[in-house]
Design a protein around this ligand. Structure first.
Ligand SMILES: NC(=O)c1ccc[n+]([C@@H]2O[C@H](COP(=O)([O-])OP(=O)(O)OC[C@H]3O[C@@H](n4cnc5c(N)ncnc54)[C@H](O)[C@@H]3O)[C@@H](O)[C@H]2O)c1
Length: 311
């Protein structure tokens, strides 16, 4: 087990589901944890301080140290308060797990503006804002001469990296988070900060809303237990993982797959530039079956998992 004692972590959306497991796992290996959760509904409505408080009590009952925070991660000033709270309570910040999220699924043709805006806001801005303020904290320490070993773990989704019908808002935000991970990794490496990303899978209220109630496995190992997503978080937070950055990890049960994102593929090259006719001929010749996304379920199977929708 990596020993994270001495480290301070923020986990957003940690009042329930996957985030709760990350918070418990990090506290379990010695990190002091700021448990952030707005206490919103799956659709992002309302607020409740009970979920974050409960997780803080769980951590304390197990002998760990934690404080609750109920700021909205998509609020720029709220995210600054969140980072400041870690520094005020525990003197520093080492780990930021961006996990908070909501769903407002709808087919693209029917999607309302507020359904688009709310989901983009919580996920995409809700990753940017805490990361931005954490990065300023790490830059300051790095410039003061400290050898920083900062960690950001973002949360994408199979929906974002493979594409899922009915989730144009959510999938676009989650694809954006994968792209944000690449850029943040390149920008923050100079301050000693690694930035990685999960594409998790779990039985939570979120997947139950999207796919209906999911069965609880009674065998020894439940592949969609939310806790399955946390070992990779703990591993990436170890000092030894300092050179692993900018990666997106698909997690399903015991499968952790380092995904390959956009990378160079089939090259159509013309030294004198293309005219559309010639390029179309070449496209049709080289792609006789056409080209289309495989979809989330097939792609998840290739990555070592399966869709909760098919359980
Ligand atoms: N469950 C899965 O299979 C799955 C798959 C792919 C991605 N994810 C992602 O994993 C993350 C966790 O999802 P989950 O399944 O545990 O869902 P969940 O609904 O159980 O937990 C999400 C938590 O985020 C909190 N939250 C929502 N908006 C917030 C805000 N603005 N500020 C602070 N907290 C806020 C909620 O109150 C909730 O406690 C999400 O980003 C989700 O999109 C989940």
């Amino acid at each position: 087990m990596p020993d994270l004692s001495g480290k301070v972590a923020i986990v957003t959306g940690a009042g329930r589901g996957i985030g709760r497991e990350h918070a418990l796992a990090l506290a379990g290996v010695g990190a002091r944890v700021v448990v952030n959760d707005l206490g919103a509904s799956v659709a992002g409505e309302g607020a409740d301080t009970a979920p974050s408080q409960q997780v803080v009590e769980e951590i304390k009952a197990a002998g760990g140290k934690a404080v609750a925070n109920d700021d909205n991660v998509a609020d720029f000033a709220g995210a600054e308060r969140l980072v400041q709270q870690a520094v005020d309570a525990f003197g520093r910040l080492d780990i930021l797990v961006n996990n908070a999220g909501i769903l407002r699924d709808r087919m693209l043709v029917n999607m309302e503006e507020h359904e688009w805006d709310a989901v983009i806001d919580v996920h995409l801005k809700g990753h940017f804002a805490p990361t931005r303020h954490a990065a300023a904290h790490w830059r300051e320490r790095s410039k003061a001469g400290e050898e920083v070993r900062g960690r950001v773990i973002n949360t994408s989704s199979p929906s974002g990296v493979f594409g899922n019908v009915g989730q144009a808002n959510y999938g676009a935000a989650k694809a954006g988070i994968a792209g944000f991970t690449l850029i943040a990794a390149q920008e923050l490496g100079r301050y000693g900060v690694t930035v990685n990303c999960l594409a998790p899978n779990a039985r939570t209220r979120m997947t139950e809303q999207a796919f209906g109630e999911l069965p609880v496995e009674t065998d020894d190992f439940d592949p969609i237990d939310p806790a399955n997503n946390s070992p990779i978080v703990v591993a990436l937070c170890a000092d030894e993982a300092q050179e692993i950055t900018g990666q997106v990890f698909f997690v399903y049960g015991g499968a952790v797959n380092v995904l390959r994102g956009w990378e160079a593929g089939e090259l159509f090259s013309s030294e004198s530039g293309w005219d559309p006719d010639a390029l179309l001929d070449e496209l049709l010749a080289r792609l006789p079956e056409g080209a289309a996304p495989a979809g989330m379920q097939v792609s998840m199977q290739q990555a070592g998992g399966r869709s909760t929708r098919t359980l």
